[in-house]
Design a binder for this molecule. Structure first.
Ligand code: FAD
Ligand code: SF4
Length: 481
């Protein structure tokens, strides 16, 4: 029963679910940081929604969730109906509820922000976790099989969202991935303290229950050709992500003790998850998968995005004695989520803003001893309106380190097996999809569609989900004719 009353938002503050105490986090606990709301907490927090009539939260949410409506259902304890509503816009709601940077999306545009935004993400997680635990499953009873099959390349959020929507349309989705587990960066990138890996296993079960098939440990272009997929399926969706590492070109980046961020996180995810650490390595990083012992070490992470935040917080859990994040702009311009920065600070990470790395320095045995950084100030805005970091002459200093992790970001690239079929890319490596005369997300090849990071560049789980979902709608339109 609803417990809502007017001005509930004034009587009851915004709260998040309880977090794992910092002493456990800093002594190696990899559990999901935020716990779960119970029924009472979820109802109270949902009851803080004003139902303001102009739901900016829904507009700012990339999948346009019906947020005020499912908050109302939570107050009425109609959780299965709330789950159905959540899934009507978002094929992976429990994942987004955990990993979306809500402070920049739904919660950041909540009318109540001044009083503490409604905890939308945590309630979304509550709805779907509770519904799945009490037997809710997507209702497939009205689905009419069409006899069509579609190959989905990549089991990341874009591919999984596409497969979900195809299954709802009566199309058999066969998902191929070069990794041994589903999830893409959800499994092998985002650490377990942000997203428990059981959540992904459960979602795989849900999708398999809907008839989605998985072919794992299969790399397209190596184990199977794209032509084979085109010959055996009616259409193909490409959701291969963005894995081209942004190379800072720093002197010393090949020294012993210098690691690129993604192989570090992937390898660590495998070890924490009890997987085979010798499982298939990330393409292009075969030689660099040995994870150094960080215990008692001084670790410097270069880069201030979400990947950088995951690296610093992983280093803390791996027992590093001192963890420093160096970023070339100021805190306000940092791309990482403010919530993640706050969590990292609480875990003892030191932030050095306005520091640009110049070179990585070597000791006598060619092992890393530190990073030479120079101080910066913010200058003129660039073409994207972002202020450049201008170096301050004579302000160089050495940041001592035993291990340096480089987290400058990633971009996509168009592999030769796609280019051979006429799929075009932009100069920045993004696959060209949609546009004049095309269905949304359709490439230059009429039966090939693409979405997620491969098309928009490294971005967010929720935007990949939105594109996979919408690409499936285009495939359904194509196959209906
Ligand atoms: P991916 O998740 O990269 O999935 C692509 C899949 O395609 C992979 O499984 C890959 O193995 C497979 N593949 C590629 N080539 C082939 C091939 N030839 N054959 C078969 N399979 C292939 N976003 C958030 O919203 N919140 C976060 O907190 C967050 N944290 C992040 C932390 C890190 C460390 C990183 C790197 C990213 C993070 N992101 C976060 C971004 C988010 O993970 C991505 O934007 C999202 O996963 C992109 O989804 P995708 O499906 O396009 O690609
Ligand atoms: Fe907010 Fe993300 Fe959920 Fe949308 S999907 S409501 S942005 S947490």
């Amino acid at each position: 029963m609803s417990r809502k009353h007017a001005f509930q938002f004034l009587d009851l503050p915004r709260t998040m679910p309880q977090r794992i105490p910092v002493e456990l986090r800093t002594s190696g606990d990899w559990g999901e940081l935020y716990g779960k709301f119970g029924k009472e907490d979820a109802q109270y927090q949902a009851g803080r929604c004003l139902d303001c009539g102009n739901p900016y939260c829904s507009w700012k949410c990339p999948v346009h969730n019906a947020i005020p409506q499912w908050l109302q259902l939570v107050q009425e304890n109609r959780i299965h109906e709330a789950a159905t509503l959540c899934h009507s816009t978002n094929p992976l709601p429990e994942v987004c509820g955990r990993v979306c940077p809500q402070d920049r999306l739904c919660e950041g545009s909540c009318t109540l922000e001044e009083f503490g935004a409604v905890t939308i993400g945590a309630v979304e997680k509550y709805i779907v976790d509770t519904a799945l635990a009490t037997g809710w499953r997507p209702d497939m009873t009205a689905v009419q099989p069409t006899g069509h099959t579609v190959a989905v390349i990549g089991a990341g959020p874009a591919g999984l969202a596409c497969a979900d929507r195809l299954a709802h349309a009566g199309i058999t989705a066969v998902v191929y991935d070069r990794y041994e587990q589903v999830g893409g960066l959800l499994q092998f990138g985002i650490p377990s303290f942000k997203l428990d890996k059981d959540v992904i296993r459960r979602r795989r079960d849900v999708l398999e229950g809907m008839g989605v098939q998985f072919r794992l440990g299969v790399e397209i272009g190596r184990d199977i050709s794209l032509q084979q997929l085109l010959d055996t399926h009616d259409a193909v969706f490409v959701g291969t992500g963005a894995y081209r590492y942004t190379d800072g070109g720093l002197d010393g980046q090949d020294l012993k003790g210098v690691l690129p961020a993604l192989p570090f996180l992937v390898q660590n995810s495998r070890i924490v998850g009890g997987d085979d650490p010798q499982g298939r390595p990330i393409a292009g990083w075969e030689d660099q998968i040995a994870l150094p012992d960080l215990n008692g070490k001084r670790v410097v992470v270069l880069g201030g995005g979400d990947t950088g935040m995951d690296c610093v917080r992983s280093a803390v859990r791996l027992g590093a004695a001192k963890v420093t994040c160096a970023y070339r702009r100021d805190e306000a311009n940092m791309p990482g989520s403010a919530r993640e920065v706050a969590n990292a600070r609480e875990e003892g990470v030191r932030f050095l803003f306005n520091r640009q790395p110049l070179s990585i320095e070597a000791g006598a045995d060619d092992e890393v001893i530190g990073v030479t950084v120079i101080e910066t100030r913010l200058g003129e805005p660039d073409a994207n309106g972002r202020q450049n970091a201008v170096q301050i002459e004579g302000s160089e200093s050495l940041l001592e380190a035993d291990v340096v992790i480089i987290a400058f970001g990633f971009s996509p690239s168009v592999p030769s097996w796609l280019a051979e079929h006429g799929v075009e890319g932009q100069a920045n490596g993004r696959i060209l999809a949609g546009g004049k005369g095309k269905l949304p997300f359709q490439t230059a090849h009429p039966r090939l569609f693409a979405g997620g990071d491969a098309v928009r560049g490294a971005d967010l789980v929720v935007t990949a989900v939105a594109e996979g979902r919408d690409a499936a709608a285009s495939i359904v339109r194509l196959l209906a004719h």
